[in-house]
Ligand binder design. Structure first.
Ligand code: HEC
Ligand code: HEC
Length: 344
């Protein structure tokens, strides 16, 4: 008898609940609590209802992001490996140095437009932006603290007490608030105002080289590096050179044979500034990236995405035009924005 009531109840609850979730995903632009999102972008996937952005929350997140005390040697903040002027990547470093100069095996990802990202890391191993900081805080080669230690350090600095109160209503300090504040600051890091965006909105024209580069890009690259975010958030093997550290990419998360060597497609926004390239930083320049793609034709490595092994060679002129186009994706609104710089 009871089941008769419970099942319809569960069904109603499920419909209600998924109805709510749908609302979030399809919510109008103003539900992003102050972020201005341009019309040529899709709706964000970030659940703002769970962690509504506020100026105080973003400011607190910014302080935490740039705080070097939150590391085992007192020298490393999030910003040590994610530098604003380079799309929050680590320019020139194939792998970044964490505490005591320890290095990991992967290239620091840029940080922007995270509110559109369904998952994080080169292998997509982390699903929620609020969980993300746990990895760098506790990782031996990055900041190497326990969350208990992070909370102790934050609690000991008087500047934070008021900031937590302003952001979350009470001055108690615990992990979730730290994670939420960092998520708020990182959610505010948008790259939506490049020359490309002005072109798409008919505010400017492209040079003939840039226009030709865009056409080549749309013919060869945009199936994976999909506009306007310049990623489809999928996992592909583009045959990027391996280095000594073994890295099986997406396979390490799914254990599916077919995922060996697949990495999440990176956004190409700000790509002129986020060198070196690929999950291991194994390619130094954009010219070399294009030489790499151009050399894949008739490649017999069966793991490489088939799209890339047919008719992919690029002429010298095509490469130059592609680079002219890729440079239009640089966005000073992100890289030079005083709102995103070191507040300390
Ligand atoms: C020692 C260097 C280092 C430090 C310090 C560091 N990161 Fe990272 N970060 C990385 C690397 C390397 C990756 C890519 C890791 C991977 O894919 O396995 C990454 C990835 C990320 C990503 C994923 C972005 C995406 O698009 O998938 C986010 C978000 C992020 N870091 C935020 C932070 C925050 C917040 C902090 C501070 C709490 C921090 N990082 C500290 C090196 C660092
Ligand atoms: C089949 C999907 C696919 C296609 C098509 C593709 N790429 Fe990629 N691209 C990827 C993947 C996956 C990575 C990351 C690989 C890795 O880290 O090892 C990547 C990485 C890159 C990077 C390095 C970015 C960074 O931040 O490290 C650049 C630049 C790039 N691609 C440009 C292009 C251009 C230009 C084209 C067209 C000529 C193109 N890609 C076509 C999947 C693709």
């Amino acid at each position: 008898l009871k089941c008769r009531f419970i099942i319809p109840f569960l069904l109603a609850a499920t419909i209600l609940f998924s109805g709510c979730q749908k609302d979030v995903l399809e919510a109008p632009v103003d539900s992003t609590f102050g972020l201005t999102l341009p019309a040529h972008f899709p709706n964000p996937v970030y659940n703002f209802k769970n962690n509504p952005l506020s100026p105080a929350g973003i400011e607190l997140g910014r302080l935490l992001f740039y705080d070097k005390d939150l590391s085992a040697d007192g020298n490393i903040s999030c910003a040590s490996c994610h530098l604003q002027n380079n799309g929050f990547s680590d320019p020139g470093q194939a792998v970044s140095a964490g505490v005591f100069g320890r290095t990991g095996r992967r290239n620091s990802t840029p940080i922007f437009n995270l509110i559109w990202s369904p998952n994080f890391m080169w292998d997509g191993g982390i699903k929620n932006l609020e969980i993300m900081p746990l990895a760098p805080f506790t990782e031996h080669t990055e900041m190497d603290l326990s969350m208990h230690e992070v909370i102790e350090i934050v609690s000991a600095k008087s500047i934070y007490r008021n900031k937590f109160k302003e952001a979350f209503g009470s001055d108690s300090i615990y992990s979730q608030k730290i994670f939420f504040a960092l998520a708020q600051f990182q959610s505010s890091l948008l790259s939506v105002n490049s020359k490309y965006d002005a072109y798409i909105n008919n505010q400017i024209t492209f040079t003939p080289e840039e226009k030709s580069g865009l056409n080549i890009f749309r013919a060869k690259c945009s199936s994976c590096h999909q506009e306007p975010l310049f990623t489809n958030y999928g996992y592909h093997n583009n045959g990027s050179p391996k280095n000594v550290a073994i890295d099986l990419g997406r396979y390490e998360i799914t254990l599916n044979e077919s995922d060996k060597g697949k990495f999440r497609v990176p956004s190409l926004r700000n790509v002129a500034l986020t060198f070196p390239y690929m999950h291991n930083g194994s390619i130094s320049t954009l010219e070399e990236v294009l030489d790499h793609y151009s050399s894949l034709s008739n490649n017999t490595n069966s793991n490489i995405d088939p799209v890339l092994t047919q008719n992919f060679s690029l002429s010298h002129t095509e490469k130059n035009h592609l680079i002219a186009f890729l440079e239009t994706l640089t966005d000073s609104d992100l890289n030079d924005n005083p709102n995103f710089s070191n507040p300390w």
